[in-house]
Design a protein around this ligand. Structure first.
Ligand code: FEO
Length: 395
């Protein structure tokens, strides 16, 4: 499959309808994804990025239907991660001397993955490549989200090829933002930001300010995953600016795991208390051993406070609680509050351990947490409800 974006630019990527996890098993892709590759034909012909290795042969066959491979003058590798560089090995067997334009880190990382000394041309921010009636301008986007990440801008057509930035894991036959369900699109774009870009938020702000300072008109943003932003493309740039500035909505998220439902009952009683105190607060509740971990992270991203609960087991916490806390810590959320809760039978260590982990993850602890012995009775549930009401007073 391919489709024409305009007289110069074609999409020649691969839509992956089946994909359900990405980065190994680290990222759920409920709606599949796409690996977007773009072919630009001016006096010179350019291929921007490729696709993931399992689709190499299909990608090349498709590309051959568009162009004699020997007519490709330049390859641009905006990012070395295998979902975009994966078809390079197959492609370079056919056109081994074609220059690959990428950042210095990009050349190193591509060599690190494929162990080939291809004809790399290292570029920096502001470097250009003349294509005839238009040119490409390169912008390094270090750590958005890898050291090598780069944007490429096409003059004349005013297209920003942003690679992962502004992308979404979202397979669709309708390849434009104005042709898909906007709620689905924004949910996937936010999930992508929350789960992948959160640690680099300060760099996102700086990079967007830098790109805007170039005063280049942007008619279209073509990311490397999901749909193309052609209707008001600036909307996703504005969203990124909002998300990058310690984003939060009027929301509390409760995340728990439970052995015999005691910690679940504590969570629900706390939520009742929160609701009784503030009906406008959005409350989301997840069992971390059952809910999708990346969906939970999206809700943490949207929350001003999170409450994390676990039964105590073996002087510790349940494994799904440990796992989600590890993910939360890695993402480096800022300006969020938190507290712990849980049931116990004897040691009762869970709330102390969870509080310590939340503290290490950069959350401001609201209090020392609440624990209830065995299964909370009526009085215990009232204590939990009051705990919820007190949380509202402190956020
Ligand atoms: Fe879509 Fe960072 O690769």
């Amino acid at each position: 499959m391919s489709f024409k974006i305009n007289d110069k630019v074609k999409w020649v990527g691969k839509t992956d309808w089946e994909l359900r996890t990405f980065h190994g098993e680290e990222y759920s892709t409920h709606r599949g994804s796409s690996y977007n590759s773009y072919l630009i034909k001016d006096e010179k012909t350019v291929l921007i990025d490729t696709v993931w290795q399992p689709f190499s042969k299909e990608f090349l066959a498709n590309l051959r239907n568009q162009i004699d491979l020997n007519k490709i003058d330049y390859i641009i590798a905006n990012h070395a991660e295998p979902d975009h560089s994966g078809a390079l090995s197959e492609l370079m067997k056919e056109i081994p001397n074609t220059p690959i334009y990428c950042t210095k880190a990009g050349a190193k990382i591509i060599k690190g993955h494929y162990h080939q000394d291809w004809n790399f041309v290292e570029v920096k921010t502001g470097d250009t490549l003349d294509l005839g009636s238009s040119k490409l301008i390169f912008v390094e986007a270090r750590m958005l989200h890898w050291p090598d990440s780069m944007f490429t801008y096409l003059t004349g057509e005013n297209i920003l090829f942003s690679n992962d930035a502004f992308g979404q894991h979202y397979a669709s036959e309708s390849m434009y933002n104005d042709k898909v369900d906007n709620a689905e699109l924004m949910q996937e774009a936010l999930k992508y930001y929350a789960n992948i870009l959160t640690p680099y938020s300060s760099l996102v702000v700086k990079k967007i300010e830098e790109v805007l300072s170039f005063n280049l008109p942007v008619d279209m943003i073509c990311p490397s995953h999901g749909v193309i932003w052609r209707d008001n493309p600036i909307q996703i740039i504005s969203k990124y600016m909002e998300w990058a500035k310690n984003y939060k909505e009027n929301q509390i998220t409760l995340i728990y795991d439970t052995m015999w439902n005691s910690t679940r009952r504590i969570a629900e009683a706390i939520a009742d208390g929160i609701k009784s105190k503030d009906k406008d607060l959005t409350i989301k509740i997840f069992n971390s051993s059952k809910a999708d971990k990346n969906d939970i992270i999206s809700e943490v991203f949207k929350s001003k406070a999170i409450l994390v609960g676990s039964s105590t087991i073996n002087k510790g916490i349940l494994s799904s609680t440990a796992s989600i806390l590890e993910m939360i810590k890695g993402l480096g959320f800022k300006e969020k509050k938190a507290a712990a809760f849980g049931s116990y039978g004897w040691g009762g260590e869970s709330i102390k351990i969870i509080s310590e982990e939340l503290n290490k993850a950069g959350f401001e602890l609201i209090n020392d947490g609440i624990r209830e012995l065995w299964n909370p009775d009526e009085e215990g549930l009232i204590r939990c409800s009051q705990f919820g009401q007190n949380i509202v007073n402190k956020i």
